[in-house]
Write a protein that binds this ligand. Sequence first.
Ligand SMILES: Nc1ncnc2c1ncn2[C@@H]1O[C@H](COP(=O)(O)OP(=O)(O)O)[C@@H](O)[C@H]1O
Ligand SMILES: CC(=O)N[C@@H](CCC(=O)OP(=O)(O)O)C(=O)O
Length: 259
Amino acid sequence: MKQKLSVVKIGGNLIEDPEGFEHVLDLFSKMDGNKILVHGGGNKTTEMSQKMGIEPKMINGRRITDADTLDIAIMIYGGLVSKKIVAQLQALGTDAIGMSGADANAIRAHKRPVIKVDFGLVGDVDSVNAYGIFKLLQAGFTPIFCALTHDGKGQLLNTNADTIAAEIAISMSDQFDTTLYYCFEKKGVLQDVEDENSVIHHIDSKGYDELLAYGIISDGMLPKMHNCFHALKNNVSRVCVGNSSMLEAGNPEYTTLTL
Ligand SMILES: Nc1ncnc2c1ncn2[C@@H]1O[C@H](COP(=O)(O)OP(=O)(O)O)[C@@H](O)[C@H]1O
Ligand SMILES: CC(=O)N[C@@H](CCC(=O)OP(=O)(O)O)C(=O)O
């Protein structure tokens, strides 16, 4: 029987809120078994870009990344956010190690081809070094991944953190029985984004098509849902979307997805 692995992605809004940040890392540190954390931080990059006079641009939940924006992303994701998370987890007794896709050649990508939109220095994932990540887990480390990949020729690329989480979960699923958790500030996928009490408890492929058609999912939820189904189609055992409480046993209020 395969060992269990939890891949937990935490979003920018959770990271920005000091209470939410401590709470989610506390729950993550208490999770049993093999685990990997993936973090975003898009809000902070938006804020820093504005401070530096660069107008942020997002299309379908993905950032248009010019060279200056990439530098900001590297500083925010690979530096500020990563190191704060690692330090907090160390304080909680979890032996965390901060990783970008370039470290240990963990995630290779190529620049997203220009079709209708030129996203600039945004990476589409080609491969994940599952064996390298496995060795870190075996050595007792908890890998903490940020939203950066590399092309193997010295170029770092900005990659949506939801995509990173899905690709890591998929690549580890040959060896592990993997659950992918998308943890953000809302209780789950909501029927009405303004109403926290409208959690959709279960979504399958048909339901997903309907939600898309009725415009019930938008913005950052678009790449998240796309990645949920991409993961399920590629051997990830379970995918869940919800707030931090989803990581605690016995909480029914979140969204589970199936094909
Ligand atoms: N149906 C929906 N249910 C919940 N959130 C939704 C929905 N449609 C759009 N959203 C938006 O998607 C956002 C989550 O995407 P994003 O900000 O990228 O997440 P993360 O915090 O994980 O990075 C929510 O804050 C919400 O504004
Ligand atoms: C290409 C792309 O869009 N990259 C994202 C990476 C960070 C991210 O995904 O952060 P959240 O999870 O907090 O949204 C961005 O720069 O916003």
